[in-house]
Design a binder for this molecule. Sequence first.
Ligand code: PLP
Length: 393
Amino acid sequence: MKTNNGYFGEFGGIYLPPELKNVLLDLAKEYEKLKKQRKFQHELKELYKNYANRPSLLYLAERLSKEVGCKVYLKREDLNHTGAHKINNVVGQGLLAKHLGKKKVIAETGAGQHGVATATIAAYFGMNCDVYMGARDIEAQKPNVYRMKVLGAKVVPVSQGQGTLKDTIDVAIQGYIKEVEIAYYLLGSTVGPHPYPTMVRDFQKVIGEEIYAHLMKAEGRLPTAIIACVGGGSNATGAFYKFISKESVELVAVEPAGKGRLSGRHGLVLGTGKTGEIHGSRTLVMKNKDGMIKGSYSAASGLDYPGVSPELSMLKGNGRLTLGEATDKEAVNAFVKLSQLEGIIPALESAHAVAYLLKNRSKYKKSDVVVINLSGRGDKDVENVYEKLLRKK
Ligand SMILES: *Cc1c(COP(=O)(O)O)cnc(C)c1O
């Protein structure tokens, strides 16, 4: 089975016009070279430690453990600088852009979290920054828009199509092509053409490595399960990667069921997708009856993408993943539950992973050790969640 050259089994690769394909092949070559340099790895470690605030805590959630009947740890990616796992990726790609001599970074963003992380790292490295964002998301995520602007980034609104993340990426790539000599395209998840799925996974795998080191010390054992939400797949892949070869560890990928599997309004890409092409990658995608890409939906903008990581697509095919799902409603309930049980307000995205455990608690016994990857913090979602609950009353 091919796992190199940007392929994960039948998935991955570069499905783009020759001009853009050559740019990416060069990038892949440069990255492979830099990755092997001690200096690059040392600088990356320093950025994790002194800028991103790593290692993140692995927190034993005692009241949640009692509630669900097994030992639950939360991997606190919400405590990272900028409030999510996305900083791990941007420090890595920002460092790469610096080594490539780029003066500008271009990014797309859904929930605004990746945009904020990119604007942050652009400020850190003294680079210009354009962040493309869907018009709908700009309205829904105002605080993140303000943060990006304060950080010195230009926020470019995209109203083409449905103004979703998928449309936004199309427009951002057009902007990138115009400035390909001076600009670096900083992709936010384990999606898109090679080398991004590999690169982003490399920069996120620190999550699983830290989980492993911490649990070996604290429990002297591997976890029973690791549960992570899946949008593009970067926090999940980051948490899972170290454990792929450790077959006793259940890897649970939780996707957004939105308004419910049967409503058709969801983002169950691993759960319902077919092989296709999206944004230069061959991977599982959501398709309608005519075989066209179907729009995804989730109340959590960070999970609202009709494609997914080619590596997760392969792992699903291999039977290595447990597929889970949580609806908007279940996620909102889990959001409040975790807040009130532990004093930790999770991102609505991360709340999907919490919801999975709440729903499936009977699967696990008292002696089991379950890790939830808490991909981000929920400040950006509190207002929405609060309003939703109020409206019900
Ligand atoms: C962006 C985001 C996600 C989804 O992206 P992945 O690449 O699937 O990790 C999940 N949680 C948070 C907090 C996010 O910001």
